[in-house]
Structure formats: structure tokens, C-alpha cells
Design a protein around this ligand. Structure first.
Ligand code: GMT
Length: 379
């Protein structure tokens, strides 16, 4: 198949899922064309089946807001037409699904019928999409997509609850490349970070409000009172300055390292004992899956799709959003010498359920079904 993928070129979340999917499809022999405003963070290797098309947004003094959606739609038309794409797969509804709708209509006037698949990732539904400023466009463009997928049952349910959706939404969960995300021997690194074999807790996110990073710090501060431990904070975002100040105020700064955005997060996860995800919303929790693949159990909330991944009492524990004390109790239980090895093994076993080799074929089958349905309609 010739597949166009539209996504945000981000370090985590939907951008990573879209990029890893495209890379896997290319390795399976499909021709994959990425269309986005800058090189996706993980599009980092050469393959004869992989192409990258940058969306250029011309500026003009009149534009207070450069019309990205129009430039994107025009690029989709151009690539679909000249590369003869079989399907356009857009990740994150806003504004990709509506831009794809426009591209599809333009292509139709040229006698080209291309199916559009929209994958819902989370905040495009649960946060931004619900806002009245976007809701009518989100509802319309989901209904106009030829195929719709969501990354968890929870996101599927929420989409039906909050939007007037007439389309069937198929759940295709996120996945993990177990060859990349695996526990590596990094003894020197561990010894440098925790010289007295302190327990190592890790948090990875974009440090946005929805991640409740303050809870991460407060959980750690209480765990540290009971067991010698260190905290590694991976990623960056708006909450980071406040969190650094909080660590100073709590007098724990020397035991917390802010590492910023890292390419090889699996190296940090390889030395970790526990992953913290106290998010207020989380459609899936890809960062937790990455941790589990590196044999790291997870302390999380029960928000959104997290309980579909993190099995309570098996791979970690889930708590109510904001219940820091419960998360501390659970963290101490897992970190206890007698329990840690079992939780680590369970986390890895669970990660295998989301193996890239199992999940990518679900997308391939979904593409084929959607293309066949479109062909049956248009002849
Ligand atoms: O978590 C974020 O803020 C980024 C966001 C995104 O759209 O990139 O992540 C969402 O998509 C990920 C990939 O499907 C999911 O693993 C995250 O749970 C989801 N985030 C939220 O729902 C808050």
C-alpha cells in the first residue's frame, strides 16, 4: 500500500505512535509518506520506503494566525495525487481530520477517491476537542472520516459520550517495539545516579497541567522519607520551572534530576525501579507502556485508558486522581524487596500484549478494509 501519515512531530504521544507505525509499515514493504511541519522526532533512519514531506506555511503580514490547516490540506492533495496514495491516515483530530476532509473533497473534483482514516489519541477528544471553539468541526470531521480508530476502549466510550458520532470507532491500542524498549545493562549509569543503591523513581511527560507533575514530586518526597531514593524527571514543558522550585522548597532538590527531553528514554528506564504517572487524563499512557517494556512497574491514576494497561496489583497500582497518599502506600509496597521482582516481571509480561508485531497488522487490516469499502462505493 501507499500510505500518507499526518501527525504532530512530537517527542512523545501521538507523534511517536504515528512515526513508529510508519516505520514499521515501511519495514513491512509499504510505501509511507509522512506529511508534517517538521521532521518527526523518531524518523531517524533511512529506508527506501520512507518519505518525508514538509508542510511549508507562507507568512504574510496580514496573517495574525498563519493558516496551517490550508497549507496542510494543499500538501495532502499534492502528495496524494502525485504519489498515488491508497489511504491517508491522520493522527490527532485537530486540525488533521478536517484538513484531510478538505483534501479529500479537492481530490474528488479531480476524479481521485482516497479514504481518510482518523486515529483519536486523547486530548483531541477529552480536552481540546470538547471545547466549543472546536467541537462542531471535530464532530463533523470524525463523521466524515472513512475509518476511525481510538487508542483505548475508554477513549472510544468518551468520544461517543461527548460527540454526536455516527461512525463505528475501532479500538487499536498503542504498541511498543520490544527490541528498542528493553532493559539494558546500565550499571555504570545506575551507580552514578544512585551511588548507595537508592531506589530509582522515574517520571516522563510533557510537563503539562494534565500530567499533575506536582503529585509526582509530592509522592517522591514522601517515599524518600521512608526509603532512600532518587527521582529522575524526563521531558520538559510549562510546569517544569514550578516543579524545580517545589523541589527546592521541599529541600529534596539534590535527590531529583531534571534531564529534559531525551532521545533514548529507554536508557533511563533501564535503571528505574518505579514509574510514576499521576495524570488527570490519559487516553492510553504510552510512557507507562515504555516503562513496563523496560521492566518498570507503574504507579498511576485510574484516569481514562490507564487501567486497560496498568493492571491493579499486578503490573503496579491505580489510584484516584490526586490521591497522593494512596500512591505513596502503593509505591512503598512495590519497592519492598520482597515484591519488586514480581512486579517487574509482571510489567514486562503485560508489555508483550502490546507488541508492535501484534498491533501493526491490525492497522494493515483496517487500511485494507477501508480501501475495499471505498472501492466498492466509487467503483
Ligand atoms: O499526553 C499528552 O499530553 C500528549 C498526547 C498526544 O496527543 O500526543 O498523548 C495522547 O496520546 C498518546 C498516544 O496515543 C497517549 O498515550 C496519551 O495517553 C494521550 N494523552 C492524553 O490523553 C492526555
Amino acid at each position: 500500500m501507499k500510505i500518507g501519515i499526518v501527525c504532530y512531530p512530537t517527542f512523545g504521544g501521538s507523534g511517536v505512535v504515528a512515526t513508529e507505525l510508519g516505520k514499521a509499515l515501511a519495514l513491512n514493504g509499504h510505501q509511507v509518506h509522512f506529511i508534517t511541519y517538521s521532521q518527526p522526532a523518531r524518523l531517524d533512519f533511512f529506508n527506501e520506503n520512507l518519505f518525508y514531506h514538509e508542510v511549508y506555511i507562507p507568512n504574510y503580514p496580514l496573517f495574525q494566525y498563519p493558516p496551517y490547516e490550508l497549507a496542510l490540506a494543499s500538501k495532502m492533495v499534492d502528495i496524494a495525487r502525485f504519489e498515488k496514495l491508497d489511504v491517508l491516515h491522520v493522527h490527532y483530530a485537530i486540525p488533521h481530520a478536517s484538513a484531510a476532509y478538505m483534501a479529500k473533497q479537492i481530490l474528488r473534483t479531480k476524479g481521485i477517491h482516497i479514504p481518510v482514516i482518523t486515529t483519536l489519541h486523547g486530548t483531541d477528544i477529552t480536552l481540546v476537542g470538547k471545547d466549543a471553539s472546536f467541537e462542531p468541526v471535530v464532530t463533523f470531521s470524525i463523521n466524515q472520516s472513512d475509518g476511525v480508530t481510538a487508542v483505548s476502549e475508554s477513549l472510544r466510550t468518551e468520544t461517543y459520550e461527548f460527540f454526536q458520532i455516527e461512525k463505528e470507532i475501532e479500538v487499536i491500542p498503542n504498541f511498543i517495539d520490544l527490541n528498542k524498549f528493553k532493559r539494558q545493562k546500565k550499571d555504570h549509569f545506575r551507580a552514578a545516579i544512585s551511588p548507595n543503591n537508592e531506589r530509582l523513581l522515574v517520571h516522563t511527560s510533557n510537563f503539562r497541567g494534565v500530567k499533575r507533575v506536582e503529585d509526582v514530586i509530592r509522592i517522591f518526597a514522601k517515599v524518600r522519607e521512608e526509603i532512600p531514593s532518587k527521582l529522575l524527571m524526563v521531558g520538559d514543558g510549562p510546569e517544569r520551572p514550578k516543579m524545580e522550585k517545589l523541589c527546592r522548597d521541599l529541600n529534596i532538590y539534590n535527590d531529583v534530576r531534571f534531564l529534559g527531553k531525551l532521545e533514548a528514554v529507554e536508557e533511563v528506564l533501564s535503571i528505574a525501579d518505579l514509574f510514576l504517572m499521576p495524570s488527570e487524563k490519559e487516553s492510553f499512557g504510552l510512557a507507562a507502556l515504555e516503562a513496563m517494556a523496560c521492566e518498570v512497574p507503574v504507579i498511576s491514576t485510574n484516569a481514562g485508558g490507564i487501567p486497560e494497561l496498568n493492571i491493579h496489583g499486578v503490573t503496579g497500582f491505580v489510584s484516584e486522581v490526586g490521591d497522593v497518599n494512596d500512591m505513596v502506600r502503593n509505591a512503598l509496597y512495590i519497592l519492598d524487596e520482597t515484591n519488586l521482582a514480581t512486579f517487574k516481571a509482571n510489567a514486562l509480561a503485560r508489555a508483550h500484549d502490546f507488541d508492535i508485531n501484534t498491533i501493526v497488522p491490525l492497522y494493515e487490516q483496517f487500511y485494507q478494509r477501508t480501501i475495499d469499502a471505498q472501492l466498492a462505493e466509487t467503483g
